[in-house]
Design a protein around this ligand. Structure first.
Ligand code: ADP
Ligand code: MG
Length: 362
């Protein structure tokens, strides 16, 4: 076997860290070029790659250098774009549309959505956050953007296009940037859905790797409008660990299943408390409810986030807690959950390569 064949064989045996399949099984090795001490590898991998690109690159370098010691190894990756989950033609420049949902309010959904968005942006992804909670928009506070308005432009045909604000690397749109606070509460069902459509279709997001939807709690009108009007890559459900929240999780999962939206997984927030003085870990509520419900519903468990007063005060200060380097354990918990979420997005996309998109009639 010549050098090139040996290199190809070694690389094809590497496993994609998210998909649990080898690069050979994924048909990912497009070309191997060997010239003296320089080896170039051309790959085709399912997007998005932000959390795994480096791991794959390191494994390739190691594999090649075992065969050609000291070689300069360069890998080029072309991202394979997954087909859209449905033929709904909105937001064509957004690759992954991820809903963060919860059965009921107050479980930390907005906090989790904001920190996931910032973490994805820090990994190098192009990220947008759509705060779709009309009753209580929280992005303006979470990102310290109270009182700001979205710039807008009127087109010749009379339509108005809005531009998201940008902070900490995340593009943000919120009803809170469009209307006064006391107007929010008076919106009613069909009107809400109309506002929501406005937020989705009349905002210039540009090209994004992820658009995170912070949904209002529950399984009402807005949630249904979203699932019908937007080709969601999938939805993640946030819950607290108590049994009493779990019935709401079941309802949320059932709603998304009914409209054929993939469940990316369950995130358990306010899971445990680590005493800042003695380091003792206390399961304030019942332990492990999120994991149990994920197992019961046969969906992935994306991880646990601690109850920590810094999360609360970070929100009040308008700086998402993942940007606070003083509490690495909290940051790491968010990074782990975000990484798992991104992994599930890749898995859903990989599966979709072999599934035709669903027809949805509006
Ligand atoms: N892990 C956590 N630890 C401490 N406080 C939290 C945590 N998650 C959320 N909070 C706080 O709980 C409150 C509700 O969170 P929020 O994200 O607004 O919930 P939701 O969007 O589900 O209604 C906020 O004051 C927030 O700062
Ligand atoms: Mg909220």
């Amino acid at each position: 076997m010549d050098k090139e064949q040996r290199i190809r064989q070694a690389i094809e045996a590497i496993k994609d860290p998210d998909l649990d399949q080898t690069l050979s099984e994924l048909n990912a090795v497009h070309e191997v070029k060997v010239a003296d001490d320089k080896v170039e590898i051309f790959l085709r991998l399912i997007q998005p790659l932000h959390f795994v690109a480096q791991t794959i690159d390191e494994q390739i370098k190691q594999a090649v250098q075992e065969i050609v010691p000291g070689a300069e190894v360069i890998s080029y990756v072309r991202e394979v774009e997954a087909p859209r989950p449905s033929k709904v033609p909105v937001l064509p420049d957004v690759r992954n549309l991820v809903a963060i949902a919860s059965g009921k309010g107050g479980v930390g959904k907005s906090t989790v959505a904001a920190n996931i968005a910032v973490t994805l942006a820090q990994s190098g992804a192009r990220v947008g956050l759509l705060d779709a909670d009309i009753h209580g928009p929280s992005a303006p506070v979470l990102f310290g953007l109270q009182g700001e308005q979205m710039p807008a432009r009127k087109l010749e045909d009379g339509r108005i296009l809005g531009y998201p604000l940008e902070k900490y690397g995340v593009k943000i749109a919120s009803m809170g940037f469009v209307m006064a606070r006391d107007q929010a509460a008076i919106l009613r069902g069909p009107l809400q859905a109309g506002y929501f459509t406005t937020l989705v279709e009349q905002i210039e997001w540009g090209e994004l790797d992820y658009l995170i939807f912070d949904l209002p709690p529950g399984t009402g009108d807005i949630q249904l409008t979203l699932t019908q009007r937007v080709p969601l890559t999938g939805a993640a459900i946030v819950t607290t660990p108590q049994d009493i929240s779990l019935a709401d999780v079941r309802r949320g999962i059932a709603m998304f299943r009914k409209v054929n939206v993939d469940i990316l997984g369950v995130i358990e927030n306010m899971s445990f408390y680590i005493c800042p003085n003695c380091g003792h870990r206390d399961e304030i509520f019942q332990h492990g409810g999120g994991k149990r419900i994920a197992k019961e519903q046969n969906v992935p468990f994306l991880g646990q986030l601690p109850l920590n007063s810094a999360i609360c005060s970070a929100s009040d200060q308008g700086v998402p807690v993942v940007l606070n380097a003083d509490i690495p354990s909290v940051r790491e918990a968010f990074v782990d959950v975000t990484r798992r979420l991104a992994q599930e997005v890749r898995r859903v996309n990989a599966r979709r390569l072999h599934q035709p998109p669903v027809e949805i009639s509006l």
